[in-house]
Structure formats: structure tokens, C-alpha cells
Write a protein that binds this ligand. Structure first.
Ligand code: SF4
Ligand code: SF4
Length: 286
């Protein structure tokens, strides 16, 4: 546990500034993600150094196909998430903190960087759950990693606040950002968020010169209409037509067990639409 950097004190509580939820948190309570707690007027990150998943992954698994291709990325995550997507593949770690589940192996930033170097990784990825919510830990690891010549990768839902982006951006080399839908209602109903902050993050990251690749999980009857796929590709192209777009196949998970697996034809349709606007499209999860 460590005191958070991204918050401010307000009357009768604190305001977390880490993500676009900007939770107001009373004494003794946690914010939506369940990992940032007001203890006697100070906000603490309960999962600081508590690593729940740790693996050596191919960077392509993030997915990043154009950033250090063919290299390994030391990948870590904690419990918790600021979203609650109905299709979350990692719901066992992303949602458990909301019921008070805080656990993980205690590790220092130095130990993580050391392990990354020992395993021949060229980067550290903050992934599996949402790194936005444990950003103070990300920063401490990333600072050391950078000094040792490793790159830092954020795999994110893009819901970080502007304050958070400014806080971390100098240490991040690449971002894999989800663009789950182009409809605000979908973000609201299925994830517990909003579309605009995600679009803002994509723009900000590009402007800052961070390497970005965008991923859309194509879910039948949710975001697979031609109109929506067209809007997503057009938006990415409006920033830069060279930004890679990953269109990923959905498999039933968590609260979406009754929905069908994405037919290959839907992915081919998305590919065709995307190709009208974008240079690099990758179909994943097939
Ligand atoms: S990270 Fe987001 S969800 Fe978590 S406490 Fe802060 S504002 Fe709320
Ligand atoms: S943002 Fe990612 S980790 Fe969080 S609930 Fe959604 S799919 Fe799961």
C-alpha cells in the first residue's frame, strides 16, 4: 500500500484523479475500481506492488505488431479495473477488488525490472487488468525500466484522465488501446464508462508521439454493424491512417456467455471496411 499521487482533498472526502470516473471517495471507502481507498483523508493504492499475474509474453500478444516485433515483453497486472465489461476475459482479477479482494505477490519495482532483464525481455507491459488504476506503481517500475534501457507498454481501455496521462506519458513508449465501440450507450451499458475520454486518450497519445495500436473486439450484434465499424476506422484514420487497427474475435465470457462467437465473415467485413481508410489491419484471436 502506498499513498496515491493522483488525487485531491475535498470537503468530507477525496477526489481520485486517476481515471475519467473521478470518484469522490469518503473516509473508509474505495472508488469504483476497489483499489484506491480513502484512509483518514488520504488516498492509498491498495495494490501497490501486489502483482497477481506475471508472464513473459510475445509483444504481439498485447497486441502490438509494429513495436519491437519478435521480442518478449515482461507482463504484469494487479487486481481491479475501472470498467466492468460484460465480456471481460479476466473478470476473476478485474472485478474481484470490487468485493474487497485485494491480493497478489509483493514485489518491488526493482525486482520486476530485474526479472524482465533476466528473462531477456525488451519491455515491460502493464496489462491483464487496467493499469490506469495502479498508475503510481506503473510509474515507479517504468522509471527504473527506462534507466535500464527497457521500454514501457501500457495495455489500456483508454479511460485514464488527462491528469493521469500527463503524469505517466514521459515514461511510456507504446500503448495498446481498446476502442470497444463507437457508441456512448455501449460504453455506458456494458462497461460503466463513456466513449469520449477514450477517444481523447488516443488523440493525446498520438500527439505525444507514443506508439499506438488500437484494438476492437468485434462482438455480434453489439458493435459489428457496418456503420459502426466504418465510424471506428474513420476516426482512427482521422488521426493517422498508419495507426494499426486490430480486429479481434469474440468468444463468450463472463456475463456474455449466451452470445455467439464472432463469425469469420464479420471479421472479414470489418477488415474490408477498415482497408478503405487504414493501412494496417490485423485480425486476431482466430
Ligand atoms: S481510478 Fe478511477 S475508478 Fe478508481 S478510484 Fe480513481 S477515479 Fe475511481
Ligand atoms: S476494461 Fe478490460 S480488464 Fe477492465 S473489465 Fe473491461 S475487458 Fe476487463
Amino acid at each position: 500500500m502506498k499513498e496515491c499521487d493522483l488525487y485531491k482533498k475535498e470537503k468530507n472526502g477525496v477526489r481520485c484523479l486517476a481515471c475519467s470516473n473521478k470518484c469522490f471517495i469518503e473516509n473508509g471507502k474505495t472508488g469504483i475500481c476497489g483499489v484506491r481507498k480513502n484512509i483518514r483523508g488520504k488516498l492509498y493504492l491498495l495494490v501497490y506492488g501486489k502483482v497477481v499475474s506475471m508472464n513473459v509474453d510475445a509483444i504481439e500478444k498485447k497486441p502490438l505488431y509494429h513495436f519491437l516485433p519478435g521480442t518478449k515483453s515482461f507482463s504484469i497486472g494487479t487486481v481491479g479495473c475501472n470498467f466492468r465489461c460484460d465480456w471481460c476475459q479476466n473478470f476473476d482479477i478485474s472485478q474481484v477488488s470490487k468485493q474487497g479482494g485485494i491480493f497478489g505477490e509483493d514485489m518491488t519495482p526493482e525486482q520486476i525490472v530485474e526479472k524482465a532483464i533476466k528473462t531477456g525481455c525488451k519491455s515491460i507491459s502493464y496489462t491483464y487488468n487496467e493499469p490506469t488504476i495502479f498508475i503510481e506503481f506503473v510509474k515507479d517500475v517504468a522509471k527504473i525500466a527506462k534507466k535500464k534501457g527497457l521500454k514501457n507498454v501500457l495495455v489500456t481501455n483508454g479511460y485514464l484522465s488527462k491528469e493521469n496521462f500527463n503524469y505517466i506519458c514521459d515514461y511510456i513508449d507504446a500503448m495498446s488501446i481498446d476502442l470497444k465501440s463507437f457508441k456512448n450507450e455501449v460504453y455506458k451499458k456494458y462497461c460503466g464508462g463513456r466513449l469520449k475520454p477514450v477517444l481523447d486518450t488516443i488523440k493525446r497519445a498520438y500527439k505525444k508521439g507514443i506508439w499506438i495500436e488500437v484494438t476492437t473486439l468485434v462482438i455480434p450484434k453489439l458493435n459489428d454493424s457496418e456503420k459502426e465499424l466504418e465510424k471506428i476506422s474513420k476516426f482512427i484514420a482521422s488521426i493517422d491512417k498508419n495507426i494499426p487497427w486490430h480486429i479481434s474475435r469474440f468468444f463468450p465470457a463472463y456475463k456474455m456467455l449466451d452470445r455467439q462467437i464472432t463469425p469469420i465473415e464479420s471479421l472479414e467485413k470489418a477488415y474490408k471496411i477498415g482497408k478503405k481508410y487504414l493501412k494496417e489491419i490485423h485480425i486476431g484471436n482466430v
